[in-house]
Write a protein that binds this ligand. Structure first.
Ligand code: HEC
Ligand code: HEC
Length: 348
């Protein structure tokens, strides 16, 4: 047993305890901490050299994104499935396409997709420009005859003028159409949530529970969430199998494996952003989680179908309280909503 013999030693011991308790305090994260700054999105949204953002491009893209005349039956636009009312998804477990057909995968949000290096659940597109024509051409989605589409756009005076303002001298074609839609999508951004304000130093922006949730999120022996939902957009541009129940179906959706036939890509899907996540229920590519708490249960159970579950999922260790704290944290990732103004569509 140690007995403290003199005042000097006693003071140093005291100093040591104070130091130790301070350093354990320092281990809990503080609003504004320099190590957190990597979670802030770059102020300028990434834009390709040949498609810098201009107000004219954004305005044209917005018209196209909301115009149902870009679909075969004239009743569906991009916004039918990527609607701001549902956090830029559609509120459905899986998308509903042409003639109300129920599709196999959920409509992902387009929020912050400008910051991501891969698009689609299986990563089959890289850029927003590459992605944009797909839904119009797909018979199960907008089911539009592309020849007819361009003929119509060219016959419409309002669109002719809007294309000319956005891309002077370039005409109306797949390239200008895709670049315009991508420009509008680059304005669908969430970067001013309570979490962002807390990262910038506003200590009261998140509740104690939300900060606790963030600590669990980072802790590799509890949430282990940040290995995949990484800074700054809560994505790793990677693909993982979470062992969802649907992977046990006969002929399950193979996800990334359909694009990249490596065994570990079987049933692996793209890590989605968690920014604005409270707005876009239900969750997962198969819509199998109705609420964020259901998502947490899936992680607490470390998936349901063995075979190819990501090793990072097997590390997760969550108590009931941790699940509630994580949900509270994710609710702090939503940027206050601004009203979305609808475009004025040219009649002729
Ligand atoms: C019928 C519903 C529907 C319509 C209409 C639709 N989408 Fe989608 N969108 C989806 C689904 C479902 C996916 C995911 C498909 C997949 O991964 O296989 C998707 C994926 C995307 C993605 C990739 C997002 C990400 O995080 O991977 C973008 C961007 C996108 N759509 C934009 C558009 C644009 C632009 C239009 C209009 C030209 C459009 N969508 C029309 C349902 C729809
Ligand atoms: C191994 C990588 C990985 C880890 C670890 C991980 N996630 Fe995920 N997360 C994903 C992938 C991949 C998906 C989409 C899976 C799918 O739909 O098949 C996803 C989906 C989600 C969704 C639903 C998003 C949506 O738009 O549908 C939420 C919410 C979520 N994760 C939160 C978390 C939290 C909280 C943790 C920590 C407890 C966590 N994740 C840990 C990779 C991961």
């Amino acid at each position: 047993m140690i007995t403290v013999k003199n005042d000097f030693l006693r003071t140093s011991l005291l100093a040591l305890t104070v130091f130790l308790s301070q350093s354990s305090l320092a281990a809990t994260i503080k609003a504004g901490d320099p190590s957190l700054q990597k979670w802030l999105l770059p102020a300028e949204v990434p834009q390709p050299q040949d498609n810098r953002l201009t107000p004219e491009r954004i305005e044209l893209g917005k018209m196209l994104f909301w115009d149902t005349r870009l679909s075969g039956d004239g009743n569906m636009s991009c916004a039918s499935c990527h609607n701001p009312l549902y956090g830029w998804s559609d509120g459905l477990p899986t998308a509903r396409g042409s003639k109300s057909r129920v599709l196999d995968r959920a409509s992902p949000v387009v929020t912050n997709s400008a910051y991501n290096a891969v698009q689609m659940w299986d990563g089959r597109k890289r850029t927003l420009e590459e992605q944009a024509m797909g839904p119009m051409e797909a018979t199960v989605e907008m089911n539009m005859d592309i020849g007819r589409l361009f003929k119509w756009l060219k016959s419409n005076r309002g669109y002719r003028q809007a294309f000319e303002r956005a891309y002077p001298g370039e005409g109306i074609n797949q390239s200008t159409l895709s670049r315009a839609i991508a420009s509008y999508e680059r304005t669908i951004i969430s970067n001013n949530s309570p979490f962002d304000r807390w990262v910038k130093g506003e200590a009261k922006a998140m509740s104690e529970q939300q900060v606790r949730g963030f600590e669990i999120f980072l802790d590799q022996d509890r949430g282990n969430c940040a290995v995949c939902h990484s800074a700054p957009n809560f994505v790793d541009n990677g693909f993982h199998n979470l062992g969802l129940a649907s992977y046990g179906n006969e002929n399950p959706d193979m996800g990334r494996f359909t694009q990249l036939p490596l065994p570990r890509m079987k049933g692996a899907f793209k890590t989605p952003t968690l920014r604005d996540i409270s707005l876009s229920a239900p969750y997962f590519h198969d819509g199998s989680a109705a609420t964020l708490m259901d998502v947490m249960q899936t992680y607490a159970d470390r998936g349901y179908v063995e075979g190819n579950i990501s090793p990072e999922i097997e590390r997760i260790n969550l108590s009931e309280q941790d699940m509630h704290d994580l949900v509270a944290f994710m609710q702090a990732l939503t940027t206050p909503r601004k009203p979305v103004t609808l475009p004025i569509l040219p009649l002729e």
